[in-house]
Every structure is written in structure tokens, then in C-alpha cells.
Design a protein around this ligand. Structure first.
Ligand code: ARG
Length: 461
């Protein structure tokens, strides 16, 4: 069968090797629902504009419903010579309706068709991703009350730095995923502009109504410049970037929890349902879900790179290269969604090793900075206080004790200004209580933030 797009200008059929090489039906089949919805909206607009009759529109829309069912059931035969999903649907329509089917492609090109289909698919995938991010945020938030009294070390340079409340950690991730959700919302604004009616590149001389199809397909508006639109894949790049940032957040979190689940850290125990064993070492419980989350992030970042390279250096407007944009973006969405689907239950089901954490929480002089600030509050210049606390920590290290275990007279040898009130800031618990600033780990502040997020994330929806 000859493809509907090969007109009389061709003197021979397509080489079968070219058909193999150029097909996209193997992956753009995924757009079929959007393609059919777009075609039905287009047919109604054509009828309203008098370009086809109402009866023709009814037959086209009815036949498209049947074709959708066949695609749902997998009974529509896939033919490589039909290249892509657009031609499969159109040919199936022509097979049913003959010349009436041949009218659907009036004032339309596959160039605006594929862009419209993909925009609809992408906006849906972005919304699903947003919902999965919300569920992950809720999983972190859901731990905050129960873990409120647990103090963990905060690290910089992966060296112990200052004490923080466990919920401060959980809410740090809620913040990161919130920014991801904001990026999604912003990205959707540009994704959700309708390209239909741009036709191949310059628009059409036929009296179409682009606003009507845009509204019927729930777009926020129409794209302005046909030449730009025919070439534009910014919405694909942006989505791939948004997904890459999510990947960096997931990967960093996974790395942290892999470390935390080691014997060396001993902070957490992942649910066994999310771990695997070793075929040779019977004692092993490996955090594979976290490792794969870290590992799969590479694919998402690689896909962004692929898409940036794909679209650089293309002259206006549509070029067939653009067909290659779908596999990487599909893969990025699939990968991120599969990671997010496991992340939420993993976060909810992980246990803090409270005793292990508490046993080590006075290691690493997490209260040194708070001691310095205590001296600053009493009027000492910061640089001097910093120097003196450094010397006090050095002395404590030599004696193999914590700061709170140093006798007052030893502290006073270093800083005669100190008195008994210093005890109020020494030790991780006291250091936590001493914090004040907005955004800090002060229990008051963390409470406020839990309250804020509880309201912001709601129960549902
Ligand atoms: N399968 C094509 C794609 O994904 C559809 C557009 C084809 N347009 C064309 N002028 N050959 O880009």
C-alpha cells in the first residue's frame, strides 16, 4: 500500500530499508489518544468553518472513536510503511470512509499535528509527575512529627558540622521537590500553547479557526508565529531539564540514604521489601532501590544532553531530526516516574536507628559553633571567639572528651570570660535549643515549618 503522504511526484516506491530507518510508529504509538483527540477537534472546526459538512464531521469523529478502540485493544495492524501514528490513524480512517476520510488532513500538516499531540502528551506527563512529587513530599512531611525529637548531624564537605532536628532534614527535601513542582507549573505554561493550524510552516490560506481547536483541546492559547512553531521544541528541552533537576534531587537523596544505611553511619534501616540480598554473602541487605534511583538519574541527564544536541543547529523550520525527540523524553518521564513511585513508600517505611544516632550525636563537636556564638553574644569579636573555640576543641580532642565534658576551669584557661552559663549551649540538644534564626533548625522554627507544609500540601489533591 502506498503511503497517503506520497503524491504523484514520486516515480518509485520507498526502499524498504528506508521505511525501517525512518519509521517512528514503534515509539510514537504512545501518542494515539492525543492524535485522535486532536483530529476530532480539527474535524469539528473544519465543519464549523464550512470546510467539510456536519455529516462528514460526524462520520470522521465516529470512525476515529472506533479506531481509538482498535488501538486500545491492539487490534489495529501496525504497518511500517505508514511511518508514524498520524498516518496509521489517517489511513485507518480512509480505509473506513474513503474520500470523506481524505478530507481530515485539510489545513493541517503532520508538522503541526505532531507538535500538538506531543504538547498534549507532555502536559499530562508533567501533571502526573507533579502528583508523584506531591506524594513524595507528603511522605517526608508525614515523618516529621514522629521523628521530631531525633537529632542528626548536619554535614558540610561530608564532615560533621552542626546538629539539626530530623524533620529539618525531611523538610529540606520537601523544599527541593517544591521547587521542582514550581518548575513544572512554569514549564506547563509554555507547553500548553496550541500549535495546531500552523500547518507545515507558513499557516494556511483556508479559513480555519485556531482559537476553537485550542479551546477544544484545553490549551491556554495558540502559538503566535507559524515559522517558529513548526521548528519549536523548547517545550521538550524544558521538560527534559525539569526532569533532570528532579533526577539530581533524587540521586543526591539516594546517595545520602545509601551512606546512612551503612554500618559506618547506622542512621537508617530501609524496609526489607525495598532491599535485595547477595547470592554469596548471607548477611547482606543491599539498598538496591536507592542505588538504582541514583543510577537511573544518569539516563535522565543523558536524555537532556541528547535533546540539546538534537535541536542545536537546525535551520527553521520543521526538520525530520525532530522525530528523534520522543524516545529520550518518553524515557526521562518513565524513569523519573518509576523512581518517584518507589521513593514515597521507601521514605515512609524507613526506620531511624534512634539508639545508634543518639550514641554518636556528641561526636564531631557539633556544638562548637554554638559555643562560639555564645561568646559573641557576651561581646567577644567573632574572629577571636572562633580562634578560642578552635583551641578548646583541640584540647577536647586531646583529652578524647566532648566540649560539655571539659571542666569549666579548662574552658576558662582558654577564655576567661566564660562562666557557668556556657553549659546551656553545650551538647547537641542544648545547641539545638539555642538556635533562633528564621529557616534554622530551632525547634520553634521547625514546628512553624511543619505547620506551613501541612497546610500547603493538604491532605489530598
Ligand atoms: N513522524 C514525524 C515526526 O515525528 C511526523 C512529522 C513528519 N513531517 C514531515 N514533514 N515528514 O516528526
Amino acid at each position: 500500500m502506498e503511503s497517503p503522504s506520497r503524491g504523484g511526484v514520486f516515480s518509485e516506491g520507498t526502499d524498504s530499508r528506508v521505511e525501517q530507518f525512518a519509521e517512528s510508529i514503534s515509539f510514537d504509538r504512545r501518542l494515539y489518544q492525543h492524535d485522535i483527540r486532536g483530529s476530532q477537534a480539527h474535524a469539528r472546526m473544519l465543519a464549523d468553518q464550512g470546510l467539510i459538512t456536519d455529516a462528514e464531521c460526524e462520520s470522521i469523529c465516529g470512525a476515529l472513536d472506533e479506531i481509538r478502540l482498535e488501538l486500545d485493544n491492539g487490534t489495529l495492524p501496525m504497518r511500517i510503511e505508514l511511518e508514524d501514528i498520524h498516518m496509521h490513524v489517517e489511513q485507518a480512517l480512509i480505509d473506513r470512509l474513503g474520500d470523506v476520510g481524505r478530507k481530515l488532513h485539510t489545513a493541517r500538516s503532520r508538522n503541526d499535528q505532531v507538535s500538538t499531540d506531543f504538547r498534549m502528551w507532555v502536559r499530562e506527563a508533567l501533571r502526573e509527575t507533579d502528583q508523584l512529587l506531591l506524594e513524595l513530599q507528603r511522605a517526608f512531611l508525614g515523618r516529621c512529627e514522629a521523628d521530631f525529637d531525633v537529632i542528626l548531624p548536619a554535614y558540610t564537605h561530608l564532615q560533621r558540622a552542626q546538629p539539626v532536628l530530623a524533620p529539618h532534614y525531611w523538610l529540606a527535601y520537601v523544599e527541593k521537590f517544591q521547587r521542582d513542582r514550581e518548575r513544572i507549573a512554569d514549564c506547563i505554561k509554555r507547553v500548553n500553547q496550541c500549535s495546531l493550524g500552523v500547518a507545515a510552516v507558513a499557516g494556511t490560506s483556508l479559513p480555519i479557526d485556531r482559537q476553537q481547536t485550542a479551546a477544544a483541546l484545553d490549551f491556554d492559547g495558540i502559538t503566535r508565529n507559524s515559522l517558529d512553531t513548526s521548528s519549536d521544541r523548547d517545550f521538550v528541552l524544558e521538560s527534559a531539564f525539569v526532569l533532570s533537576v528532579i533526577a539530581t534531587h533524587l540521586s543526591g537523596w539516594a546517595e545520602e540514604w545509601i551512606l546512612w544505611s551503612t554500618v559506618e553511619y547506622g542512621f537508617i534501616k530501609c524496609p526489607h521489601a525495598f532491599c535485595t540480598g547477595s547470592s554469596i554473602m548471607p548477611q547482606k541487605v543491599n539498598p538496591d532501590v536507592l542505588e538504582l534511583t541514583r543510577g537511573k538519574s544518569a539516563r535522565v541527564m543523558g536524555n537532556l544532553q541528547t535533546l540539546v544536541l538534537l535541536t542545536k543547529g537546525l535551520p527553521l523550520a520543521y526538520n525530520r531530526d525532530l522525530q528523534e525527540d520522543k524516545p529520550p523524553l518518553f524515557d526521562s518521564f518513565d524513569t523519573i516516574q518509576s523512581c518517584l513511585q518507589l521513593a514515597a513508600p521507601l521514605v515512609a517505611g524507613t526506620e531511624l536507628q534512634r539508639e545508634r544516632i543518639a550514641a554518636g550525636i556528641e561526636d564531631g563537636y557539633l556544638d562548637a559553633t554554638t559555643l562560639m556564638e555564645h561568646m559573641i553574644r557576651a561581646g567577644m569579636p567573632q574572629r577571636r571567639a572562633h580562634h578560642l573555640v578552635g583551641a578548646i576543641v583541640g584540647e577536647a580532642m586531646q583529652r578524647r572528651v566532648s566540649l560539655s565534658e571539659l571542666p569549666l576551669d579548662v574552658l576558662q584557661q582558654h577564655a576567661p570570660e566564660l562562666d557557668g552559663s556556657v553549659r546551656e549551649v553545650l551538647g547537641s540538644r542544648n545547641a539545638i535549643e539555642a538556635f533562633q534564626s528564621e529557616g534554622s533548625t530551632a525547634p520553634e522554627r521547625v514546628r512553624e515549618q511543619i505547620q506551613y507544609w501541612t497546610t500547603a500540601l493538604g491532605d489530598k489533591g
